[in-house]
Design a binder for this molecule. Structure first.
Ligand SMILES: Cc1cc2nc3c(=O)[nH]c(=O)nc-3n(C[C@H](O)[C@H](O)[C@H](O)COP(=O)(O)OP(=O)(O)OC[C@H]3O[C@@H](n4cnc5c(N)ncnc54)[C@H](O)[C@@H]3O)c2cc1C
Length: 369
């Protein structure tokens, strides 16, 4: 007799911040939840591992996460040079991906109806089942939390072309002692250069570029020559890595083919497939902050599945915030428009006068929300 497929109320693809937040917010609902993760462990995403105050409002990440590093100083670079800006309170905290996801995972483990399986990449999806390299699982609700190479998004046949960005950097094996961002529209059009933590313990030095026409292969040579020029490091001795980010949002709830039936107390059955985080394209294209948007959309979708109207309210707010971010990104980052040069003018010396006021206003809007 062939093994019957295992059945779950909710199958979540991906145990990143979006998937784990979704699972955590389903705890206590009585629903059976399965999280499928292709990697052997949590915390493996290429990422700086920094969170803003929006992620745990009212909490101090240095108390919540052992070893978390707070950032109160940013070095802003332009073609005219570098400026150091000091604030009286932190704008970001490096908590590390492993630490952040361990925290979310522990919350999930409080509910015996939530299972997380590692080293199980999802390789096939239909309107009732997901297939991994090991097994096939039936779902009533499917959540795509599988990042910017999402299989669930692929199954939904949603394109990912409008606001997609690429990051490419060298990894220096020592903790970052500075947080640097460079506005260099001629070198990194619709992007920026950076030197920041790679989670905890290492430093990433490289650049990001956004837009439909950017290919990772075009970014790498730019980063290579810029890093050689700007930093005193021998790049031949350092590992390099690249990743795609997705800010091309095309909705968060979907339905494919089958009507799963009526009469259940959970959620609106007209949609039973959801996308969160980078799979949904909720990355902020301006700052490339994505952890908050993944965690919050995971919460929003979980609440929606639980039939809590707050879920849809969260997702509606995220959608309108995202549209505003995309608008700002397209206006201010386009090197062919004058706004891009205005940003350059502000960043050349944001330490006093009107430039400081503009800088502070925009900077804190983005990080503190
Ligand atoms: C270089 C770089 C630095 C960044 N730094 C920051 C930062 O400091 N702060 C910040 O807020 N954002 C940062 N971001 C953005 C941030 O990393 C993402 O927005 C965030 O990770 C999105 O979370 P997620 O849960 O949606 O997806 P991910 O974190 O990408 O998680 C998706 C999970 O799904 C798994 N998966 C994928 N495919 C499958 C499959 N087929 N089957 C099973 N599992 C699968 C993956 O292994 C992964 O664990 C950075 C991005 C880059 C590229």
């Amino acid at each position: 007799m062939p093994n019957p497929d295992e059945s779950y109320d909710v199958v979540i693809v991906g145990a990143g911040p979006g998937g784990l937040s979704c699972a955590k917010n389903l705890a206590g609902s009585g629903l059976s939840v399965l999280v499928l993760e292709k990697s052997p462990d949590i915390g493996m995403k290429i990422c700086s591992g920094e969170i803003s105050s929006k992620v745990f409002p009212g909490e101090d990440p240095t108390k919540k996460f052992k070893g978390a590093q707070e950032w109160r100083r940013v070095i802003v670079g332009t073609k005219k040079g570098k400026t150091q800006i000091d604030f009286d309170h932190p704008f970001l905290w490096t908590v590390g991906r492993y630490e952040l996801e361990s925290h979310l995972r522990k919350e999930c483990e409080k509910d015996a109806k939530i299972a997380i399986r590692f080293s199980e990449p999802v390789v096939g999806i239909d309107s009732e089942r997901v297939r991994t390299i090991r097994k096939t699982y039936r779902y009533r609700f499917l959540v795509g939390a599988d990042g910017s190479f999402s299989k669930v998004r692929e199954f939904l046949e949603l394109p990912m072309e409008d606001i997609v960005g690429y990051a490419f950097h060298y990894v220096v094996p020592k903790p970052a002692d500075e947080f640097r961002v460079y506005w260099l529209p001629d070198t990194f059009p619709r992007g920026y250069g950076y030197m920041m933590s790679k989670s905890r313990g290492a430093t990433m030095i490289g650049g990001a570029m956004g837009g439909t026409d950017v290919l990772h292969s075009r970014l790498a040579p730019r980063v290579k020559s810029w890093v050689k020029e700007e930093f005193d490091i021998d790049i031949s001795k350092h590992k390099c890595e690249g990743f795609k980010g997705n800010a091309d949002f095309r909705g968060w709830r979907f339905r494919r083919d089958k009507d799963p039936g009526a009469g259940d107390k959970h959620a609106d059955y007209s949609h039973n497939i959801f996308l969160v985080g980078d799979a949904a394209g909720l990355l902020n294209p301006v700052t490339t902050e994505g952890i908050f948007y993944a965690v919050k959309s995971g919460e929003g979708v979980a609440k929606h599945i639980r039939n809590d109207p707050e879920g849809k309210r969260i997702m509606d707010r995220m959608e309108s915030t995202h549209r505003a971010q995309v608008f700002l990104f397209s206006v201010f980052s386009n090197p062919d428009l004058p706004f891009c040069r205005m940003v350059e003018w502000v960043l050349e010396n944001p330490t006093g006068g009107i430039r400081k006021r503009i800088f502070d206003f925009i900077f804190w809007r983005f990080f503190d929300g």
